[in-house]
Design a protein around this ligand. Structure first.
Ligand code: BG6
Length: 502
């Protein structure tokens, strides 16, 4: 994990981006690398080689990336001199991802740079291409002899890691045929978020919460990742993915693991990842016959958001007008182990909701005996702890307090920690943290093959049942609402509720 260091800790690095002319490079990767360089968190010697099929000069590429940095850099204003200093490290190489020649040329380029630097450099191969290329590139890197060196050569894989369990296994097998697991960095950008990393700090650096973090005190847990955006320009991809593949299989499952895992013995990457995989292994399988009771799917129709009329999903660009793809999913899961037996974990995600927020809410049980007079607690709420991931970054503890006055009246109040007030430094973007970790060879925040496959394994019955049954009520929520009514009913049946959001 990132531990703000200056560049002298990092060795020379060649950063090869396949899909270097694409959206991810422009929007996320180069702005993150630029911000790292501003924080003096790049090695003194580094080079970014953007590889893609289109014809482009170094100058043209740099201009385009400059525009991306101006729009997306966390630090806002970009000084021309700073950009100039950074941009001289960027080079373009035109090449077909399916031709060995592209890779041999890259190998030569890396060797040339290392010769200039007078030392061996780390070679990071980042697959920022459409997923259809993920299965091709590792083999070519292998053939070109660019995957051999466990210490110096690494590959970064973006999500989606597969389309289902079978394809995820196939992709992992291709990666494993060419690279050691220790060389493979599978990105889930949620893991790079400060507030997500803070879940472990909060749980295991404070003796206060761990004793109550179990079935004895916790009634249920809700995990939400709500977005106000629709599918934007990604209709083509999204219409073949849907919310379960796009958000639940990765981001929400990662949050579930961090909230439910047992304490790690050390901060060793595999120790943490083992504990997370244990959670997935303990999740009660969703049997095909129970899918309709435990999982809700939704698709947004036309609606209003912030006073603006929004298209329905089926009217979005590159989306089929009869699409059955879900833009909302809610699930009820149980973690069958000593700690969590019988405690429901409700996960939900959706697009075109009233506002963007991600959080984990731990709802505690009510007191075992109510000793206050009944009229004292008309607004009674059992205690609730909210780990707020974004956009507010912080933790809120809700509990009961005595309302001032002669009578014993109880009212819910909040104790609040925010990153903004608590720390005087801005949080890095998730990609900054993750790219820094790849450069410093720390796999803690990356997904291991077994974890990816375990998460797919859990969701396969849902995907299979959904594929066979047409959702007749789609669209079943209006843009700008909190999703289909059935998602509220999923909790209401147990006397539970999603945390109300203003
Ligand atoms: C991506 C999904 O992984 O995460 C997108 O593909 C989604 O559909 C995005 O919008 C959400 O990430 P964040 O960091 O904006 O919450």
């Amino acid at each position: 994990m990132r531990n703000k260091k200056t560049n002298d800790r990092l060795e020379p690095t060649v950063f090869v981006i396949f899909g270097g002319a694409g959206d991810l490079t422009w929007r996320k990767l180069v702005p993150a690398l630029f911000d790292l360089s501003r924080d003096r968190s790049m090695p003194a010697d580094f080079s970014v080689i953007a590889v893609d099929r289109v014809e482009l000069s170094d100058e043209k590429l740099r201009r385009r990336l400059h525009d991306g940095v101006r729009k997306f850099s966390r630090q806002g204003m970009v000084k021309t001199a700073e950009w100039g200093e950074f941009a001289r490290h960027i080079h373009y190489q035109q090449g077909d991802f399916k031709e060995l020649q592209t890779y041999t040329a890259l190998g030569e380029q890396c060797a040339k740079l290392e010769k200039e630097w007078g030392v061996k450099g780390h070679r990071i191969f980042y697959m920022a291409t459409p997923p259809s290329m993920f299965g091709e590139i590792p083999g070519y890197l292998g053939k070109a002899g660019l995957a051999r060196d466990c210490e110096w050569e690494r590959i970064v894989v973006e999500k989606p890691i597969g389309y289902d369990l079978k394809s995820a296994r196939a992709l992992n097998a291709i990666l494993a045929a060419n690279f050691e697991e220790s060389q493979i960095f599978r990105i889930d950008h949620y893991l790079g978020k400060e507030t997500v990393q803070n879940i472990l700090a909060f749980r295991f650096a404070n003796p206060l919460f761990e004793p109550i973090w179990n079935r004895r005190y916790v009634d249920y847990v809700t995990i939400t990742a709500a977005e106000a955006v629709g599918v934007e320009h990604r209709g083509g991809y999204y219409d073949h993915a849907g919310a379960l593949r796009d958000m639940v299989q990765n981001h929400l499952m990662q949050l579930l693991c961090l909230v439910a895992m047992e304490p790690m013995v050390s901060f060793d990457a595999d120790e943490i990842r083992n504990k997370k995989v244990d959670v997935l292994h303990a999740v009660r399988p969703i049997l095909p016959g129970a899918v309709h009771q435990c999982v809700v799917r939704g698709q947004y129709g036309r609606g209003t958001l912030h006073g603006k009329i929004m298209h329905g999903y089926r009217q979005e660009d590159d989306v089929s007008s009869h699409s059955r793809t879900e833009t909302f999913a809610a699930l009820k899961l149980f973690v069958d182990n000593w700690r969590w037996q019988g405690v429901p974990f409700y996960l939900r995600t959706g697009k075109r909701m009233p506002r963007q927020f991600s959080e984990v809410a731990i709802q505690f049980r009510t007191v075992p005996h109510q000793s206050f007079p009944p009229e004292s607690g008309r607004d009674w709420h059992p205690s609730r702890l909210v780990l707020s991931i974004q956009p507010e970054e912080g933790i809120v503890m809700g509990f009961q307090a005595k309302f001032p006055g002669p009578k014993m009246l109880l009212r819910p109040v909040e104790m609040r920690f925010t990153y903004q007030d608590g720390f005087a430094v801005p949080s890095p973007e998730a990609y900054e943290t993750l790219l820094w970790d790849v450069m410093s060879n720390d796999p803690t925040l990356f997904m291991r093959a077994d974890q990816v496959e375990a998460a797919w394994g859990l969701l396969m019955p849902v995907l299979e049942v959904w594929a066979e049954s047409t959702p007749r009520d789609f669209p079943n929520y209006v843009a700008g609402s909190w999703g289909p009514k059935a998602a509220d009913a999923l909790l209401a049946r147990e006397g539970h509720a999603w945390r109300p959001i203003a």
